[in-house]
Design a protein around this ligand. Structure first.
Ligand SMILES: [Zn+2]
Ligand SMILES: [Zn+2]
Length: 333
């Protein structure tokens, strides 16, 4: 017991290593750019001020989005998806699997759950004892179910999901901008050092490495960002790109694809002026997502808000209710 506790503690400490590496590289790049390039190498004051001003805008936006990606906790499903004390007791005391399934089926009927396990059964997390909302998955690193889980990212040491997907995308945008800006402004000094127009000294090596590191990060980020742009345009999570969500009619890769503009709004919100600011503007509450096959009139978010209240739904969530007699239940391990 103590050993596994110790191991978990070590694991938790080691999981911060990628974040420490990124932070160290960024801090070094700050020193190299601001001090070695702008303050020690540049001679034109106007150029110096302009370079530093734009650099700091990129730097602040990068740090802000990185911070938000790391420290925005993943959201677990709300209480309505958890088994109540009586349901849990009934479920655990019951030995017949069919009756256990029936218990879960009754609970699932009151919830806006449209996706199924590969077998066509309702998705249930045994560890968290919750019925998984659509697009929710259990993260074995975070040890919790995460709403609209995308992936667990070691570079931010956090789960990327409903609560921070926008921040993660903006983090990619501002990291690329940071790299491009550094590479573009450093380039002429990189050439000057190379042809011997500027005197030798430590600045030469800092400028040299700034150029290489910025380009290296930019190229790797470009592929990741390109992939996520494609995912957002199709309204898929990374997990869904690998394994299509299963609906009652079977798997459907485009199940949540509601058109390019609405797909973008799902992640970035309806107010365009907030799209590039790392504040939470994603639509919905992470428990229900509009689906391609369902038109607005059948959207349970709009259709059954009253039903929530009638059934004693608390004020914290506004998901809808689905009545689905053909539901089947199976426990996912
Ligand atoms: Zn779970
Ligand atoms: Zn995780």
């Amino acid at each position: 017991m103590a050993l596994s506790g110790g191991l978990r503690c070590c694991q938790r400490i080691f999981s911060w290593i990628p974040v420490v590496i990124i932070t160290s590289v960024v801090l070094w790049s700050y020193y190299a750019y601001v001090f070695e390039l702008c303050l020690f190498t540049l001679t034109n004051t106007l150029e110096k001020v302009a370079y530093l001003l734009v650099f700091h805008v990129c730097f602040v936006m990068f740090c802000w989005t990185y911070w938000k990606s790391i420290f925005t906790p993943p959201t677990p499903p709300c209480k309505k998806f958890q088994l109540s004390y009586t349901d849990k007791e009934r479920y655990e005391l019951e030995e017949r699997p069919e009756v256990q399934k029936q218990i879960l089926m009754d609970i699932a009927k009151r919830l806006p759950v449209f996706t199924r396990a590969a077998s066509g059964a309702i998705r249930f997390c045994d560890r968290c004892q919750v019925i998984k909302p659509d697009r929710c998955h259990h993260c074995s690193v975070c040890e919790t179910c995460v709403l609209k889980m995308d992936h667990h990212c070691p570079w931010v040491n956090n789960c990327v999901g409903f609560s921070n997907y926008k921040f993660f995308l903006l983090f990619l945008v501002y990291s690329m901008l940071y790299c491009v800006y550094i590479a573009a402004t450093v380039f002429q000094y990189f050439i000057k050092f190379w042809v011997g127009e500027l005197m030798n000294g430590p600045a030469k090596f800092h400028v040299l490495f700034l150029m290489f590191v910025a380009l290296m990060f930019f190229v790797s980020l470009m592929f990741l960002f390109g992939y996520h742009c494609w995912l957002v345009s199709k309204n898929r999570s990374t997990l869904e790109a690998f394994s299509a969500p299963v609906f009652q009619g079977g798997p459907d890769r485009n199940g949540f694809n509601v058109g390019f503009r609405r797909n973008l709004q799902q992640v970035f919100g309806e107010e365009k002026r907030l799209w590039f600011i790392p504040v939470f503007t994603s639509l919905g509450d992470g428990h229900f997502f509009p689906m391609r096959s369902r038109n607005e009139s059948r959207n349970p978010l709009l259709a059954s808000e009253e039903q929530w209240e009638e059934e004693g739904g608390s004020d914290e969530e506004t998901s809808g209710v689905q009545r689905d007699p053909s539901v089947t239940v199976e426990i996912e391990s």
